[in-house]
Design a protein around this ligand. Structure first.
Ligand SMILES: Cc1cc2nc3c(=O)[nH]c(=O)nc-3n(C[C@H](O)[C@H](O)[C@H](O)COP(=O)(O)OP(=O)(O)OC[C@H]3O[C@@H](n4cnc5c(N)ncnc54)[C@H](O)[C@@H]3O)c2cc1C
Length: 465
């Protein structure tokens, strides 16, 4: 790679050549996984490039294409899985400066991919009393483009389902990696070409997202003596069609008391909790429903007094639960699982008991194809890779599919099969395979057997190390 020549090509565009900053911008939250930490710690780009307009971005892609330089897009690097890490070096393409909010109208917002999710919510709320249907628990730091390319759902998924469900993205503008990059507008079925594709087959330069009415969501914590009681309550609350919630999470003891340090004064040792965000007009109904289920509301933001220093409820949920545990005890790692409808209560209970001392249950209730069920982000006490794989195998064997967060490829972190739509689009949009290399097995190794049980090795990563 002739980086000196590339730098000359990029004259006038913001670039970063400081090694320390390049290394920082070559990382994401891969270190949640001890496996990825071992594999990817050395990974670093050669250059960070930050275009400010789509025209500058096209100029960068053309130059990199001509010089065969890999390009790894990046929002703000809050993803897990090493999604935004440049496995073969080259350019990290920061989209953070494409952050213009262009239009807010009833039911929709149009903006650049680099807008921080909570800034988008703030602007939509101020302009029209609306907010994003869903956001990651990293809303205060993550970009909307990174959420679409790397995330799956989050706060709001209890009402709206996942990010890739029909209707949760309206339109994406995508630039291809070709000698003459094309600018495509994707809608409807075509959106599946690039959503959750880790930026392996196009750069998103504009997004159009649906909006929902904004509320001053009330944060609450409901305490229970056992995990099973908490889960049964959470499932029943999620099924209450008349109570509008934005978050229903179950976190088993001892995590809440031991790791939710700033809320600890509200919690009792040994309690499992349900974290809830409820709309103000549903608050009374929520309290009545909770009383009927003998749940104890141990924290209610409307009566808790001074809330200064307390994080919002969603920053205890989704992958923030893992973060809070890791901050206190770095021996924890995690998994991502699904407990499929209609057996979620039976499955969560079974898996909760299967690994005493090694697993703490953590569930996120969601609406999934019209049914209520839950995803899991259980905390796992890490001993070694063999045992981690065993725990994953046991989940799969019991009908709880694992989206393995200890793998950096799309397929191994997902459904362990080729996504033919994304692969076909990559052939068209990135013929040289320069976008985020090493993340799509189907591209590098079309004959790879996903049932082989072997970890896939990316040859490009070896060369970089
Ligand atoms: C504490 C914690 C909590 C989290 N909670 C959630 C959660 O609730 N829900 C959830 O879904 N995720 C969650 N995540 C993962 C992550 O924070 C989100 O997915 C976030 O939206 C990613 O945004 P980002 O700007 O940081 O993207 P990055 O990490 O920078 O990028 C993510 C992926 O998208 C690609 N990409 C970025 N921008 C573009 C673009 N414009 N065009 C093409 N490709 C692009 C990158 O190459 C990378 O593959 C969490 C992570 C942490 C550490």
């Amino acid at each position: 790679m002739d980086m000196t020549a590339l730098i000359a090509d990029l004259d006038g565009i913001r670039i970063e050549e400081n090694d320390k900053i390049i290394q920082q911008k070559s990382r994401d939250f891969y270190w949640y996984s001890p496996v990825l930490k071992r594999q990817l710690d050395h990974v670093t780009a050669d250059l960070v490039v930050s275009p400010r307009t789509e025209a500058e971005l096209i100029h960068v892609l053309k130059a990199c294409y001509a010089r065969n330089v890999p390009v790894t897009p990046r929002g703000t690097g809050t993803g897990n899985y090493g999604q935004a890490m440049p496995l073969s070096g080259g350019v990290v393409l920061s989209l953070a400066d494409l952050n213009e909010i262009r239009q807010i109208s009833p039911g929709r917002v149009i903006c650049g991919p680099g807008v921080i999710c909570s800034d988008l919510d703030k602007a939509a709320r101020e302009a029209s009393g609306q907010e994003l249907r869903m956001h990651p628990s990293t809303a205060h730091t993550a970009t909307i483009g990174g959420f679409i390319a790397g995330g799956s759902g989050g706060v709001g998924s209890i009402s709206w389902g996942g990010l890739r469900d029909f209707g949760n993205i309206i339109r994406l503008r995508v630039v291809t990696m070709e000698a003459e990059p094309q600018v495509l507008e994707l809608t409807g079925e075509d959106l599946h070409k690039v959503t959750h594709a880790y930026g392996t087959n196009g750069i998103i330069t504009e997004v159009e997202m649906p909006l929902a009415p904004a509320y001053d969501w009330v944060d609450s914590i409901v305490g229970f003596d056992s995990f099973d009681e908490a889960t049964v309550y959470a499932n029943a609350l999620a099924r209450q069609d008349g109570i509008l919630t934005k978050l229903i999470s179950v976190v088993a003891a001892p995590c809440p008391f031991d790791y939710f340090k700033r809320h600890q004064k509200f919690l009792t040792e040994g309690q499992s909790v349900v974290l809830v965000m409820v709309a103000p007009h549903s608050h009374d109904a929520f309290k009545a429903f909770t009383a009927r289920h003998s749940g104890e509301i141990v924290f209610d933001a409307t009566t808790a007094g001074d809330l200064k220093g307390l994080p919002p409820m969603f920053e205890l949920a989704w992958n923030h639960t893992t973060l809070r545990a890791l901050r206190v005890d770095p021996a924890w790692t995690y998994l991502q699982t699904l407990y499929p409808f209609p057996n979620q209560l039976e499955l969560t209970s079974k898996m909760d008991r299967m690994f005493p001392g090694e697993l703490i249950s953590h569930l996120e209730f969601v609406r999934f194809d019209g049914d209520i069920t839950c995803f899991g982000l259980p905390l796992i006490r890490y001993s070694n890779e063999e045992r981690l794989d065993e725990i994953i195998d046991l989940h799969n064997a019991h009908g709880c599919p694992v989206f393995n967060p200890h793998r950096f490829t799309l397929e191994e972190g997902g459904m362990k099969q080729t996504d033919e739509i994304q692969l076909a689009f990559k052939r068209q949009a990135d013929p040289k395979g320069l976008l985020n290399p090493g993340k799509m097995i189907a591209w590098d190794d079309p004959d790879y057997d996903f049932q082989s049980g072997k970890v896939w090795l990316f040859k490009g990563l070896k060369q970089a190390s």
